[in-house]
Design a protein around this ligand. Structure first.
Ligand SMILES: *Cc1c(COP(=O)(O)O)cnc(C)c1O
Length: 387
């Protein structure tokens, strides 16, 4: 869309800085910046490049298509790991594009082997073991059963098993009993794989939360996602600033209308909010069609998600609509149509953050940034270039 009165401004210097902060938290490990879901809504290519510039030697993409897109866009340097696909995925393309493929089931190993034979290239494989999340991955028993075939395929030059990895269920609660248990299951799986003769290049377990709070999980590689974008994976333990992170995304809009209404005016659908005095309403041209959560609506007794207007912060008044949100700017407001408001950003000077929006909408900051709609333009700045 050529014109849109709102945007997500993404600071590439923040992404670079966040990756280098993460590397400092895990000094013995390489950093894989996870860029799935359009880099958590921040935009795949600019975010991936900034992460690499910040020191990421690997990029992580959930879907095979996302990994292929990175190569298609010219991201040639870093290793890329992908881990989520169903039978029939374009694995030949992935092998030719030099992408590491995760194997989480026997059928996947068969398909990777077939694809490698078809293109005449050795496929780099990383085995994923389910250590207790019960999501993707081989159970420890299935892993053990798979190893003879994996070793045979290695001997034939069809695959090269370079990694073993897993994912934690409760890394945001470092003392959760599953943490110790999953660590033990992972250690055992490592032993089984290495005893079978596999020479592992990388062993990895930690996403953002464990990278920041559980050093015992770092191994050779850490896989942060949300922290790359400057948001805290453990808001109950600390905000971005406590971990040396800076939120990269600021969502801002121009007010599309400003008008004076009388006391007792019902605002937005169903009149959940009624003005308590003569006041000024401001119209923000973003709504749930753009990923603004409808759960961020505000009622009389329960203010909606916070929006920065000048130097003050007001809650969303009434229902979030598909395309718009209304603010009660107050009786003495001097704003005019075209004035800039900020839904969330770095939190500097007390401004609202994605974490504040998550709290208001009963979700996590991950969802706030990732769900931001394709209709909202992404604009890239680099605060270190003084632009
Ligand atoms: C999404 C994801 C990550 C990154 O998680 P964050 O909590 O955003 O750091 C790491 N590993 C896997 C397997 C994932 O799916």
């Amino acid at each position: 869309m050529s014109h849109f009165p709102a945007r997500a401004v993404v600071d590439l210097a923040a992404i670079r800085g966040n990756v280098s902060a993460l590397a400092a938290h895990a000094p013995a490990a390489q950093v894989m910046a996870v860029v799935k879901a359009d880099a958590y809504g921040h935009g795949l290519l600019p975010s991936a490049k900034a992460a690499v510039a910040g020191g990421a030697t690997w990029l992580g993409a959930a879907q095979v298509g996302e990994a292929l897109e990175l190569r298609r866009l010219g991201v040639a340097g870093p290793r890329i790991l992908t881990w989520l696909y169903a039978p029939g995925a374009p694995l030949q393309d992935a092998i030719e594009a030099d992408i590491d493929l995760t194997v989480s089931a026997r059928w996947a190993l068969d398909e990777v082997a077939d694809a490698a034979r078809a293109v005449g290239q050795t496929a780099r494989v990383q085995l994923k073991v389910d250590t207790g999340l019960s999501r993707n991955g081989l159970t420890p028993a299935d892993l053990t059963a798979l190893l003879p075939l994996a070793r045979r395929l290695e001997a034939e030059g069809v695959i090269d098993v370079v990694g073993l990895w897993s994912h934690l269920a409760a890394a945001d609660e470092p003392t959760h009993p599953s943490m110790k248990r999953q660590g033990e299951v992972f250690a055992e799986a490592l032993q089984v794989v290495e005893a079978a003769g596999v020479r592992l290049e990388v062993r990895h377990l930690a996403s953002s939360a464990a990278t920041l709070t559980s050093p015992g999980t770092h191994f050779d590689l850490v896989r942060p996602g949300i922290a790359v974008y400057g948001l805290s994976p453990v808001p109950q333990l600390g905000g971005p600033e406590d971990f040396g992170l800076v939120p990269a995304m600021t969502v801002e809009a121009e007010l599309a209308n400003v008008k004076r209404v009388e006391k007792g005016s019902g605002v937005s659908y169903s009149h959940l909010y009624v003005t308590e005095r003569d006041t000024v309403l401001g119209l923000v041209p973003l709504g749930y069609g753009d990923g603004v959560p409808r759960h961020a609506s505000g009622t009389q007794n329960h203010p909606g998600a916070p929006v920065r207007v000048g130097t003050r912060t007001v809650g969303v008044a009434g229902r979030v609509c598909m395309d718009q949100v209304i603010l009660d700017l107050g009786h003495d407001a001097t704003e005019q149509a075209g004035d800039r408001v900020e839904l969330f950003g770095t939190g500097a000077d007390g401004g609202p953050t994605a974490e504040d929006w998550a709290r208001a909408a009963g979700t996590i900051s991950y969802e706030i940034v990732t769900r931001l709609g394709a209709r909202v333009p992404r604009v890239y700045v680099d605060s270190e270039e003084g632009s």
